[in-house]
Design a protein around this ligand. Structure first.
Ligand code: HEM
Ligand SMILES: *[C@@H]1O[C@H](CO)[C@@H](O)[C@H](O)[C@H]1NC(C)=O
Length: 324
């Protein structure tokens, strides 16, 4: 009996160690470039600020780029790789094609960062810092960003198409599952969805909702239908703001919209549809500070998804292609 409990004790101890060491996120650190590239923040920030002042939506696009990078095999810059005759990346995947944007801004940042500190800063970290500076530029919270991600030498079209990035037709159960698969809680998921307080969506992503759903404000549905024709099927790329009130401001209006049945995507309204996430939505709708704090904490967690660190991966010279 006694030896049994000793064995169990050692097994638990060993497993605690193995959990600690397998969480390679411990290797990301806020001061990663403090010595090797102290100007990285000011360099990224100045390009992000000028891009966002030219077009507010770009802040939304850069934030989304980080999400789509992280959910597909980790935050490793894989989404940035261009297709070539001999290489297929993630840009043509369903959730990305004609949809993700901001690649030119990332190229511009990379070339400025390379001038300041050649060969030091990864594209994956540039995407992560750009997301942070975009949120700040639009009035949202900052966070203590962790750095030290390296860039992948591969990408996966099939992973990007596999549903790990949930579709806008998702039920709340699917949203919860997909985020839990990335180590993110229900609360993280509801807070991160608040990213939809900025940016735009194409008609093809919300047509079924505004024509067929019943948990939608009638006049809101009518006004969205007018720019998203059915059944002609035209206008697939017509845009509408994800937040009907303040689409260029990182406020908590997204949650107020959900409470008023004015969520644009079916997946948005799922967060306030009589289920377990209603109370989180109500809290964030009442309390912008609580939304900002939980969003910031969840962004740190999302940025920690399976990074390449140490000698894994590489520091790409050009974010669009692996080093030769
Ligand atoms: C909860 C599951 C999510 C679903 C189902 C979802 C779905 C979508 C869809 C369908 C669009 C419109 C795409 C288009 O029309 O081309 C969109 C846009 C956007 N998403 Fe999400 N999203 C989710 C979570 C997130 C998260 C976690 C973030 C960031 C933290 C995010 C940030 C954005 C932003 C900022 C936009 C607007 C982009 C722009 O204007 O360029 N989304 N999302
Ligand atoms: C609405 O639902 C009907 C019946 O399922 C379907 O035929 C139609 O295509 C749907 N409309 C949209 C805009 O998705």
């Amino acid at each position: 009996m006694a030896s049994y409990s000793i064995i169990i004790f050692y097994a638990l101890f060993a497993c605690t160690l193995c959990l600690i060491s397998s969480t390679s996120s411990a290797q990301l650190t806020p001061n990663f470039y403090a010595k090797s590239c102290p100007k990285v923040f000011e360099t990224v920030t100045s390009v992000v600020r000028s891009a966002v002042s030219k077009e507010k939506r770009m802040g939304a696009s850069l934030l989304r780029l980080h999400f789509h990078d992280c959910f597909v095999n980790g935050c490793d810059g894989s989404i940035l790789l261009d297709d070539t005759t001999s290489f297929t990346g993630e840009k043509t995947a369903g959730p990305n094609l004609n949809s993700v944007r901001g690649f030119d801004v990332i190229d511009n940042i990379k070339s400025n960062v390379e001038k300041a500190c050649p060969g030091v800063v990864s594209c994956a970290d540039i995407v992560a810092i750009s997301a942070l500076e975009s949120v700040v530029a639009l009035g949202g919270p900052g966070w203590n960003i962790k750095l030290g991600r390296r860039d992948s030498k591969t990408a996966s079209l099939s992973a990007a198409n596999s549903g790990v990035i949930p579709p806008p037709s998702s039920t709340v159960a699917n949203l919860i599952n997909r985020f839990q698969a990335r180590g993110l809680s229900v609360k993280d998921m509801v807070a991160l969805s608040g990213a939809h307080t900025i940016g735009q969506a194409r008609c093809t992503t919300f047509r079924a909702r505004v024509f067929n759903d019943t948990n939608i404000d009638t006049s809101f549905a009518k006004s969205r239908q007018s720019s998203c024709p059915f059944p002609t099927g035209s206008g697939d790329n017509n845009l509408a703001p994800l937040d009907v009130q303040t689409p260029a401001s990182f406020d908590n209006a997204y949650y107020k919209n959900l409470i008023g049945k004015r969520g644009l995507l079916r997946s948005d309204q799922q967060l306030y549809s009589g289920g377990a996430t209603d109370s989180l939505v109500e809290n964030y709708g009442k309390n912008a500070g609580s939304f900002h704090a939980d969003f910031a904490a969840a962004m740190v967690k999302m940025g920690d998804i399976s990074p390449l660190t140490g000698s894994n991966g590489e520091i790409r010279k050009n974010c669009r292609k692996v080093n030769s």
